[in-house]
Ligand binder design. Sequence first.
Ligand SMILES: Nc1ncnc2c1ncn2[C@@H]1O[C@H](COP(=O)(O)OP(=O)(O)OP(=O)(O)O)[C@@H](O)[C@H]1O
Ligand SMILES: [Zn+2]
Length: 495
Amino acid sequence: MLLGAFNAHPYYVRMSNMNKVLLIFLCISLFAYYLKLDKSPQLEPVHIKMQKDDNQNTNTNKPSVRFHDVAGLDEVKEELAEIIDFIKAPHKYHKMGAKIPKGILFYGPPGTGKTLLAQALAGETDSSFFPTSGSEFVEKYVGVGAKRVRSLFEKAKKGAPSVIFIDEIDAIGAKRTTESNNEKDQTLNQLLIEMDGFHSEQTIIVVGATNRLDLLDEALLRPGRFDRHMFIGNPDLHAREEILHVHTKNKPIDENVNIKELAKRTHGMSGAHLSNIANEAAILAVRNNKKSIGITEFSEAIEKVIAGLQRKNAVILDKEKQKVSYHEAGHALMGKILNTDLISRVSIIPRGEALGYVMYCPEEDRYLKTTAELKNKIKVLLGGRCAEQLIFKEISTGASDDLKKANAIAYQMVCDYGMSNLHNRVFEPSLVKNCYPMIDKEIENIIDECYEDALQHLTNNLDLLSTVAHKLYEKETLSGEEFQMLVQSNYSTIT
Ligand SMILES: Nc1ncnc2c1ncn2[C@@H]1O[C@H](COP(=O)(O)OP(=O)(O)OP(=O)(O)O)[C@@H](O)[C@H]1O
Ligand SMILES: [Zn+2]
């Protein structure tokens, strides 16, 4: 066409060959300049990367993993059952005008089965599974991450019903700061736009996973986005047994191998550690020219993992396990004796920084508390240390967080609520410094009084304390009901 135009115009006809060459060169340069404007050199890698991404995600799979492959985590599976029903029969909910949840957040320590659960969610609902990681979206070039998010959602819409899994979601969803990172902010914004954008008729569930829920931006956690949060913790004794069963199912195991015993010896380990132990033991059996995996191989594999954990200071020694059992039993029993909040779970499975925990049923909203109620709260908090002192005749660092909380309540009683011997006086922060010795004395009085009282209660119920602690040591987790039953059967002795 270009040549045709040349021939038709008399001016061009009269051009010398040299000029023609120059003109063609000029046209090529202009065309190249136009291309450069369209795609700035900075964005060139985007094109290449996106193509790579497209290829990566074309083999969208429908996982064969099912819930029975995920051992333990019964409460989480129960919660997910509702979501499964949403995905399988969305019309039922649409008819009622109910919206299908869009985002679920799994949080907890590494290797506890978050990815596996997301796969099982897709498997159970015959959904397409799009696994990705937050770090895959983090790029130097502005706009790249956002473009990838867009493309991911487009594919998920095409393959719906879909489960998108974003591991390490904190890599893009961490709290935004004043020193904003343009690329990260744009990526997060795009994710929020996509989540707000798809209708509930398009069944797409986005599952995010993180080890640190506290790092995430509030915007991500708002209703309609990642509004369902599920804690995926390390397995307790029973769950460890189940996980070991799952991972030894297809392996030839010696008859004398007792899985329950192995579960007892792997306190504090994650599902990933247990799967690793089963695999290591199998490899050792091959190396030892055995026909089946014996206790020697399992023991060696456990030692290996423990050695690794010891290096990271993450292994809990048996003596510590005993102490934590008494400590948590102390809290729980004080709660029961003083009839404070209802206990829903007592556990010696480490969670975050804590080596054990007592969980209470959600309190009803109450805005007024009496002096006695606040003191009871302090006594429950001090119950852990009291139990340690009573049984082991020494105290440990395990009560640090309890002490902080107990002191904070006592401080408020003195400075904010006028609940001390200083009567109805309150102390503004600016006054606290001047009156500190006086305030400190009052805090000391409250804490000492509560400590003595808690110690007395636990001394009076020493047998019950031991019963609860032993049960906790043995089972590692007691449900609220189990705890109540245990106390009930010894209730006549409670004082
Ligand atoms: N509850 C479980 N039941 C069976 N196997 C489990 C369980 N938890 C973990 N595993 C095993 O550990 C492996 C790693 O688990 P997974 O990748 O799901 O952990 P994760 O919580 O996603 O970890 P990370 O936070 O490090 O991404 C799984 O492939 C599985 O073999
Ligand atoms: Zn405690």
